[in-house]
Design a protein around this ligand. Structure first.
Ligand code: GLC
Length: 554
């Protein structure tokens, strides 16, 4: 489908420059947000109907995970057609309606762009397979002859992020075993060859297609992976997954990626309004991440170092300082994130002992996890810069840790023989109502089973309850909007605090976070604005309970 629709006019609230410097961006995972047609799978109609919830919540922008035509081998991160909507999510007209309605409500829309790999059903890849070795289309991917006497060994020793070798052997049109192709993720996700000009042209054209549709930006999937080291050199040992994000890999964070983003920045500059690029870049250090957000490249990059930090004052302070210091020289805003569709929700991470990683299968102590999650969110929203929320965290949702293996769809779960890949647990459709089929997710079932009692966590159940997590998020976002000292910036001033407590000031504002398991007595830094749990104020100070954050007007 190549139909072009006019870009909707930007409402006044959207003309503010630099809106992304302090934006709170809410991630919608289309499969699991709201189901408009009752088939058990979330869709664009469902999203459109629920946009008022996001307006009420008080976020600035919505990031939509992929909704493109896809065989769904990796939940839509395997794109067969970058300019079409998968029928299970709707049509281009539905996408247009979501963008227009969001704009009318003052919400910006960021779409996911998946440039590292396509689906193996993508027309280019299908033709490359059919045409056989020597086909010019094979040059748009990484096809190579195998090693060994009969080419029976993969071309190099790279391992897939989802487990197993990063290469799959093809079968030639005459039925004999043929060349191998590279896939850093599932075999259904062949990597593009970004040295090829046709790939570069194609993606600039895809950017324009969605900018013409009126989107306000792109979250760039695996932004660190596009360029591979010349000659695709061996790594020399196994267990490469443990190195990811800690070491330089020949397929990640190569310097050559940056010129791609500089050229994309030029494309964005052709469009009115401030459209943005956000990097999903897993790099060894925040300093390396900062390269992606130099002034002529992207606008923001996810702060995965922060996401991986445990609930502990010293560790948090170090990462906060390190993040602000890394972004300051390039002038980009720091960003903060606690949850997304790839990791165990923070309410469950913090319910478990520290150090287990970000993919868990154990529920832990739910009450403890929720208390810490609420405190962690208030801390995050007080930090200078922009913050990301993942759908359902405003309800304090835990991960669903006991999904039966046979309903799991995460490709890495199956490739890792059930030892890894627990990402389905954070992807269970969210509850909107106390009762009803799929708790208001849709009129039918839900593609992943929702646990009993899910409705008690619903938007309906929590609305109007002053102690609910939903009302805490609403209050926090409203306060963040009204307090001039919150939001954008690149500095904060730490104050003395007992061990395990974080205390800092920003203009006219102070935040205190108790990460310990005991109540601490503090001098109140000002007038209490908001707290993640019950706080006892008295004439001579404040009792800040275990795992509680408070905001103060100074
Ligand atoms: C990103 C996505 C993840 C996906 C992977 C491959 O990390 O966030 O969900 O599986 O890229 O596209």
């Amino acid at each position: 489908m190549t139909q072009h629709l006019a870009a909707p006019a930007a409402p006044d609230s959207r003309t503010r420059t630099d809106w992304w410097r302090d934006a709170v961006i809410y991630q919608v995972y289309p499969r699991s947000f709201a189901d408009g047609n009752g088939d058990g799978m979330g869709d664009l109609k469902g999203i459109r109907a629920r946009l008022p919830h996001l307006e009420d919540l008080g976020v600035d922008a919505v990031w939509l995970s992929p909704f493109y035509a896809s065989p769904q081998a990796d939940a839509g991160y395997d794109v067969a057609d970058y300019r079409a909507i998968d029928p299970m999510f709707g049509t281009l007209h539905d996408a247009d309606a979501v963008i227009r309605d969001a704009h009318a409500l003052g919400l910006r829309i960021i779409v996911d762009l998946v440039p590292n790999h396509s689906s193996d059903r993508h027309d280019w890849f299908q033709r490359a397979l059919k045409e056989g070795p020597g086909s010019p289309l094979r040059e748009r991917y990484h096809f190579r002859p195998g090693k060994g006497p009969d080419g029976e060994l993969p071309p190099n020793d790279w391992e897939s992020i989802f487990g197993g070798p990063a290469w799959t052997r093809t079968t030639d049109p005459d039925g004999t075993p043929g060349e191998w192709y590279l896939h850093l993720f599932a075999p259904e996700q062949p990597d593009f060859n970004w040295e090829h000009p046709a790939v570069r042209d194609e993606f600039r054209s895809i950017l324009r297609f969605w900018l013409d549709m009126g989107v306000d930006g792109f979250r760039v999937d695996v932004a660190h992976g596009l360029v591979k080291a010349e000659g695709l050199p061996d790594i020399g040992h196994h267990d490469q997954l443990k190195l990811l994000g800690n070491d330089t890999m020949p397929f990640f964070d190569q310097d050559g990626v940056h010129e791609i983003y500089r050229s994309w920045r030029h494309v964005l500059a052709e469009y009115a309004g401030e459209r943005v690029l956000v990097a999903e870049a897993w790099t060894p250090t925040v300093e390396r991440t900062a390269h992606y957000v130099r002034p002529d490249e992207m606008h923001q990059a996810f702060n995965f170092q922060y996401l991986g930090t445990h609930w502990g004052a010293a560790e948090l302070r170090e990462v906060i300082d390190g993040s602000l210091a890394a972004m300051r020289p390039v002038g980009a805003p720091a960003t903060w994130v606690l949850s997304n569709h790839d990791v165990t929700r923070h309410a469950t991470r913090f319910a478990n002992p520290a150090g287990l990683g970000t993919q868990l299968r154990t529920p832990g102590d739910r009450a403890l996890g929720l208390r810490r999650a609420r405190a962690a969110t208030l801390l995050m929203l007080a930090l200078p810069g922009s913050a990301y929320l993942y759908q359902g965290e405003e309800l304090g949702l835990p991960d669903v840790t006991d999904l039966p293996d046979e309903v799991r769809q995460d490709p890495s779960f199956h490739r890792a023989q059930g030892q890894d890949g627990f990402r389905d647990g954070c992807r269970v459709p969210i509850p909107w109502t106390v009762e009803g089929p799929s708790y208001g997710f849709g009129a039918g079932g839900s593609w992943l089973p929702q646990p009993d009692g899910w409705g008690e966590l619903s938007v309906e159940a929590q609305t109007g309850d002053p102690h609910s997590t939903l009302e805490l998020y609403r209050k926090a976002l409203q306060t963040r909007r009204n307090q001039p000292g919150l939001g954008a910036g690149d500095a904060l001033e730490w104050a003395d605090a007992p061990e395990g407590v974080l205390a800092f000031r920003r203009e006219g504002f102070a935040c205190t976070a108790n990460t310990t398991g005991e109540t601490v007595r503090l001098t109140a830094p000002g007038e209490l604005l908001l707290a993640s749990g019950p706080v006892d104020l008295s004439a001579d100070g404040v009792d800040l309970p275990a795992d509680t954050t408070a905001w103060w007007a100074v």
